[in-house]
Every structure is written in structure tokens, then in C-alpha cells.
Write a protein that binds this ligand. Sequence first.
Ligand code: XMP
Length: 312
Amino acid sequence: MAFDPEAFIEKQVRLLRDEVGNEKAFAATSGGVDSTVSAMLAHKAIGNRAIVAFLDDGLMREGEPEDVVGRLKGIGLNAKLYKVQEPFFKALKGITDPEEKRKAFRRTFYDTLTRIAREEGAKYFIQGTIAADVVETKGGVKTQHNVLDQIGIETSKEYGFKFIEPLVELYKPEVRKVGERLGLPAEMCQRRAFPGPGLSLRVLGEATPERVAVVRRATKIVEDGTSDLSSFQAFAVLLSDKATGVEGGRRKFGDIMVIRAVDSEDAMTAKPTRIPWRRLEEIRDRILVELPSVVKVLYDLTPKPPSTIEYI
Ligand code: XMP
């Protein structure tokens, strides 16, 4: 049976209204389509009693916190920006193992968000987990930051909140349809996916503020250089090894930056985008000029499977 976004919205709004009653709910959002659609459903159900929270955890892209909160307010949501970079870098300090990094992020994310939610007087916690997040986490591919109950973390016990996930049965294309039906502007509906743990997943090895700053600039360069291509995601990844370069006739060990761009429908499978060679050269040149620590720029040709889209 074809997916009916209208019926889905009606049902979820009714469920949210019944569940939350006259209480306040805290809707965590990253500005991505999943969490924005989930926050919109909450707002439709309970109006400004849905506090739409965006955490500036220091792992976002350039200008993203202000930009996202501005857009969320622009579509009528009761959006708030919380600046909380310190606990995240503290939690990530010294961690190099990918799964440990994901777990440290998740712990800090929920500790921080639920502390703020309590301070705001919310009783419910709404998030935009979708079916693909659950499938990949349960399948053991990786620990998605927003999958908890489904892997045995008892959210009520652990965090003292009832978690509500209105989109947990849907995949990305359906979420986009719901967003369109809710009147979410096209640029937000079609926005490229960006993972919750943000740039910490795009720095292999330790995610220090300095290394995150390098990958943040490279990400902007890759995004600028691919904005007219139909990639599902396009970004930069900083590897943990150093490579040999040359500067002023002398050997120099520098950073290795990967350009990753993929075409995909639902993130379950993906193929590398066929970026024109000339374009790749332009991106490479900007990276080398703007980031002098980089001595090698690579283009990742692997599809998912066997690779994944992210590196961690
Ligand atoms: P992978 O790397 O598994 O990624 O091929 C599939 C899709 O999921 C995104 N991703 C995440 N999104 N929290 C998120 O919100 C996460 O922990 C997470 N890990 C991966 C990734 O960007 C891609 O779109």
C-alpha cells in the first residue's frame, strides 16, 4: 500500500496530543530532516509547549547553529539554542576507538539534553529516530547515537523521561514526504543528511577542537564544491595517520584529507558520486590553500556495502 503522509500526520499528532496532555515536551533537533519533521509534528500537536532544542556541541558545521535555529524559528517552532561545547570535548578527549567515540558522544548528548530538558520543566522527550537508524544499530553495523530503547537502554530509568519517536517506522523518503506535507521548505526537506555526532565522526583518531576545526573548514569546501550535484551526502574526513609532503624543498609530515560524496536513496546502500575531475581538482586546490596542514587529498571510491557512508 502506498504511504499516505496525510494519514500519518493525523495519527501521530493525535497520539502526541494524547500522550503529552498539558505537559511540556522537549524535542531535540539537529536541523536535519528527521528531527525537524519530528519537532514539527510535536509543535502541531502541542504548540509552543514543544521546546525545540538545538545543541551547539562544537561538532557542527560552519555557521550551522545560528543558521538552523533561525530557520526553525522561521517555520514557527519554539526553537532554542544551547551552547554546550565543553562537556563534549571533555568526553571525547583521548578517545580514538570508533565505537567508544560514538558511545561517549551518546552519553554526553543525552546527559546534557536531559539536564536541560529538566531545567525547562519538560516531562517528555521527543526525537526523530527513523527505521534505518534502528536497523543498523540492531544489526550491529554501528551504534547510532539516537537508538536507545531498541537496544535495551531503559530511557525512563536511565534518564527519567518518556521518549517518544514518531518517525521510528519510516525511512528517509517517507520522512521527506511527511515534511513536504507539513509545509517544510524544500531546502530543509531535501537537506543533505548530517549525523548526530557531527564532525566527531569525520575525524579519525582523537576529535580535538583543533582537528575538528580543520575538518569543519574542509567540509565547507567540499559542500560548496558539490552544492549543484545530486549527492545524498558530500563531506570531508580527516584521517589519523600523517603522510609525507614537501614544503620549501623539505620533508613535512602533514594531514590526509578524504573527499567523500555518495549518491543514495535511504542511506542503506550508496554509490560514490561521479564528481567531474575538474571539480575534484578545484576542491583539492581550495583544501590545500586554506588548510596548510594538509599534504594529501584523496577521493573515496567505495560503495556501501562493503563500506559505510561515514568512516566511524
Ligand atoms: P553509514 O555510515 O552507516 O551512515 O553508512 C548511514 C547514514 O546515517 C548517518 N549516520 C548517523 N546519523 N546519528 C545520526 O543521526 C548517528 O550516529 C549516525 N551515524 C551515521 C550517516 O551520515 C548516513 O546518512
